[in-house]
Design a protein around this ligand. Structure first.
Ligand code: DGY
Length: 325
């Protein structure tokens, strides 16, 4: 697609995006880019959206009902640069006739890689051991210190066997893990590939030596991992979260990491990002990453191009591939 400049629609892009993505935006649209990559307040976002035909937000902007109600009438589409869409009120968008899209598929591999990194890092105490080395506190090799727990052959419970959950299962099979999963519905046997379905989360938790969370954040999954459910996990379990912080009750997880009920946790997502609960920083058995699940070069380009494909479709009057509302 290539519009003459005067007919190019204006597009508000809320965060800095990869260069190739911004180049394509410059070619096909009149983008309002955010060179300083500041996170806009809701007021700024509404103001900057004046006359824009579309908005490309990230998960860092809250497009809640109030913000959507106040967007200018010019806005026809919100094409999010994210697979998650808990930051967008879809009902409010529908009510205003605004099309909403996301970027599924293209970040499944990258996110599962980080889930695996967290799982391995938490189990083998990567953060503590690396810090010991870097702070010059490594006394010597020891047969009894720095011990983690072996991953190979253990049982992995996956909450949410969607795109990322299924890639995670594939990667975990490489470590001979026994895969269990909980979700709204059972997959067909070909997709399941031997994974064991549990319609009852409690039943799956009771046997999950490792637990990896891949469900979206919705009102139903808010604090799904709470004190009562953590208590069902086997002692010394490891919990990994690459989905959204809202799925986990921080008080409950921190208590279980502090008491030693859980061996460790590997977390890439948090409530209140970037201001995470400070107690996590004090916990040696919390392996923490700053929401980098999709932060790989190829992935971020692919997310941007997918968002732009959706935008192109809406602007051309076609049905976008990843329509949510
Ligand atoms: C997503 O795409 O939802 C990732 O969490 C990054 O926003």
């Amino acid at each position: 697609m290539s519009n003459p400049t005067h007919t190019k629609p204006e597009v508000l892009v809320t965060r800095r995006l990869p260069q190739a993505v911004e180049d394509r935006l410059q070619r096909d649209y009149r983008p309002r880019l955010n060179a300083r990559d500041e996170v806009y307040t809701s007021e700024q976002l509404i103001e900057l959206a004046a006359d824009a035909a579309a908005i490309i937000p990230c998960h860092t902007e809250q497009l809640n009902a109030e913000v959507i109600a106040r967007l200018p009438d010019s806005v026809r589409a919100i094409c999010s640069f994210s697979v998650g869409y808990d930051h967008i009120d879809l009902d409010a968008a529908r009510a205003r006739g605004i099309i909403v899209t996301n970027t599924p598929d293209v970040l499944s591999n990258a996110t599962a890689e980080v889930a695996m990194l967290l799982l391995l890092g938490a189990a083998r105490r990567a953060h503590e051991n690396a810090r010991m080395l870097r702070t010059n506190n490594w006394r010597d090799w020891s047969a009894v210190e720095q011990l983690g727990i072996e991953v190979t052959g253990k049982r992995l419970g996956i909450i949410g066997m969607g795109r990322v959950g299924r890639v995670m299962a594939r990667r975990a099979r490489g470590f001979d893990m026994e895969i269990h999963y909980f979700g709204r519905r059972r997959l067909d046997p070909e997709t399941e590939r031997g994974a064991i379905y549990h319609a009852d989360l409690r039943e799956m938790l009771a046997l999950s030596q490792f637990l990896s969370i891949h469900c979206p954040a919705t009102p139903e999954t808010r604090y799904l991992i709470n004190a009562e459910r953590i208590a069902l996990l086997p002692d010394d379990a490891v919990v990994v979260n690459t989905s959204r912080g809202a799925v986990v009750d921080d008080d409950a997880l921190i208590a279980a990491l502090t008491s030693g009920k859980l061996f460790a946790a590997g977390l890439d997502v948090f409530n209140g990002e970037p201001d995470i609960d400070p107690r996590y920083r004090e916990l040696d058995n919390a392996f923490l990453l700053p929401h980098i699940g999709s932060a790989a070069r190829e992935t971020r380009d692919a997310m941007g191009f997918r968002a732009l494909d959706n935008l192109d479709a809406v602007m051309a009057g076609r049905e976008p591939r990843d329509r949510l509302a």
